[in-house]
Design a protein around this ligand. Structure first.
Ligand code: SIN
Ligand code: CO
Length: 380
């Protein structure tokens, strides 16, 4: 099994730090800047790619504009002509989920595979002309800001006062007190823990990749759990009055009735297995604007199996596959792994590909074929 994170930055890079050290010293604690950490990224992205993505209706995009102190935000998709005629200054085009559409963005995300997939969110790309940016703000989750094209100046600060400007259509800090400044070039990486104030201003036309980490709020986790729970619990019995006293007010909800209802709710229990199933389904649930396309020409099960054995299979870019114990979760669905295929399925989830698929389990092969037909898995 290969060790995660050993390739996340070249050891020849001055200031490079191992993934272990990064996790110990910086992760969720302290900002980190490494110059020329991912230099190969410099040739992978260009403005036309963002323009193309921002015209698509299956891609989430935004155009942020600034006129003096006034900010505005528009949501895509945008007509191509509009994007090609943007002014020379004062805007930034943001494209969410680039890892689903650009292999280079997926490869970039994979550089961070020492962070569990369940914590990875997406790669956002931003394009800005000189002077462009989205203002001073903080994010609620950790982010790796990877400079992909052109130059930008980042200013960052760990300020306590995170009050936002009121009335602005995007999150802008009321007062920004930067402590450090970095003039970044393609390949430079800046890691910021959640709630770190920052502002990036393009110094030439530039593209920045934000590798975003996922950290749902407690409210989001709980709301999702409570919405998911009803199908999973079966409670016996029915409401009954325990105290039979004559009431002066037939319209009153008696305290005894409230106590009984409270007791019914307090008796709701869930097991570790229920939590496990919820967590797996929740964490692999595709995002709202993601949909899977079945292959244009579906091959037969026989041909699928032969291809998988000779050349292999891989997960579709949007597929989320995670596991815990013997349970495998794929795009919000769950499966108990057949013992004979467990190791192979875990390897598929970790590597996102099996080149070739050597496992002989017939139930696993049938399951993979179903996922292939659903567009979750592709022939390599
Ligand atoms: C940008 O790329 O302009 C914004 C990224 C961020 O600040 O999170
Ligand atoms: Co930010």
């Amino acid at each position: 099994m290969n060790m995660r994170g050993h390739e996340w930055m070249s050891e020849a890079t001055a200031g490079a730090i191992t993934a272990e050290r990064f996790l110990r010293r910086h992760w969720q604690q302290k900002a980190l800047f490494v110059r020329s950490a991912l230099t190969e990224i410099g040739q992978c992205f260009e403005p036309a790619m963002l323009i193309e993505l921002a015209t698509r209706d299956d891609v989430e995009s935004r155009l942020v504009r600034r006129e003096r102190t006034r900010w505005s935000v528009e949501h895509g998709p945008f007509p191509r002509r509009r994007l090609e005629r943007l002014p020379a200054r004062g805007w930034s085009l943001l494209v969410q989920g680039a890892d689903l559409h650009l292999p280079a963005a997926r490869t970039l995300m994979d550089r961070f595979d020492f962070i569990p997939y369940a914590r990875q969110d997406d790669v956002m790309l931003s394009l800005a002309p000189p002077g462009g940016g989205v203002g001073a703000h903080f994010d609620s989750y950790d982010v790796f800001l990877v400079q992909a094209y052109g130059r930008r100046r980042w200013r960052i600060g760990r300020q306590r006062d995170l009050t936002l400007k009121s009335g602005a259509p995007l999150r802008i800090l009321k007062s920004f007190r930067p402590e450090h400044e970095y003039a970044v070039e393609p390949g430079d990486v800046l890691y910021l823990p959640a709630r770190y104030a920052h502002e990036g201003v393009a110094t030439t036309q530039c593209i920045t990749c934000s590798v975003g980490l996922r950290a749902p709020t407690r409210q989001e986790i709980t709301t999702s759990f409570l919405q998911w729970l009803p199908d999973k619990i079966a409670l016996a019995g029915r409401y009954r009055d325990r105290e039979k006293t004559l009431s002066k007010h037939p319209a009153q909800i008696a305290s005894a009735m409230l106590r009984e209802i409270e007791a019914v709710l307090a008796a709701v229990r869930w097991s570790r297995a229920t939590v496990e199933q919820f967590a797996g389904e929740y964490l692999t649930e595709p995002k709202a604007h993601v949909w899977f396309r079945a292959p244009v020409r579906i091959v037969s099960f026989m041909r699928f199996s032969a291809h998988a054995r000779s050349r292999g299979i891989r997960l579709a870019a949007a597929t989320r596959m995670l596991f815990h114990g013997d349970r495998l979760f794929v795009n919000g669905e769950f499966l108990s792994m057949p013992a004979a295929a467990r190791a192979a399925l875990i390897a598929l989830a970790d590597e996102r590909a099996a080149l070739p698929w050597r496992n002989r389990s017939a139930p696993a092969a049938r399951q993979l074929y179903q996922w292939y037909r659903a567009g979750y898995v592709e022939l390599a």
